[in-house]
Write a protein that binds this ligand. Structure first.
Ligand SMILES: [Zn+2]
Length: 79
C-alpha cells in the first residue's frame, strides 16, 4: 500500500505505531530513514482524499430540486 519515495520499497509497520522503509531498516541501502506514525499517515491520506473529493461530495449532497431552483455554486466555479 505505502511505498518508500526513495527506493520504492515497502513501507511496513516497524512498530505498534510507526511505519518506515523496510529497505533502509533491513538492508541499509536506502537513505530514507524517516519513520512516520501510522495514524498520522492515515490522517494525511484521508485529508488528501477529502480535499480531492470536495467537489463531487458537494454535488452529491445538493438535492436535485435545489439544483433546479438555484444554479449550483456558479459564482464559486465560473466557467
Ligand atoms: Zn527506501
Amino acid at each position: 500500500m505505502t511505498k518508500c519515495a526513495c527506493c520504492g520499497g515497502g513501507y511496513p509497520a516497524i512498530s505498534q505505531t510507526h511505519i518506515g522503509c523496510s529497505t533502509a531498516r533491513n538492508k541499509g541501502t536506502c537513505d530514507n530513514r524517516v519513520n512516520i506514525r501510522g495514524d498520522e499517515l492515515e490522517a494525511r491520506v484521508l485529508n488528501a482524499l477529502k480535499t480531492r473529493l470536495v467537489d463531487p461530495s458537494l454535488a452529491l449532497r445538493s438535492p436535485a430540486n435545489q439544483a433546479t431552483r438555484r444554479p449550483p455554486d456558479s459564482r464559486r466555479h465560473p466557467r
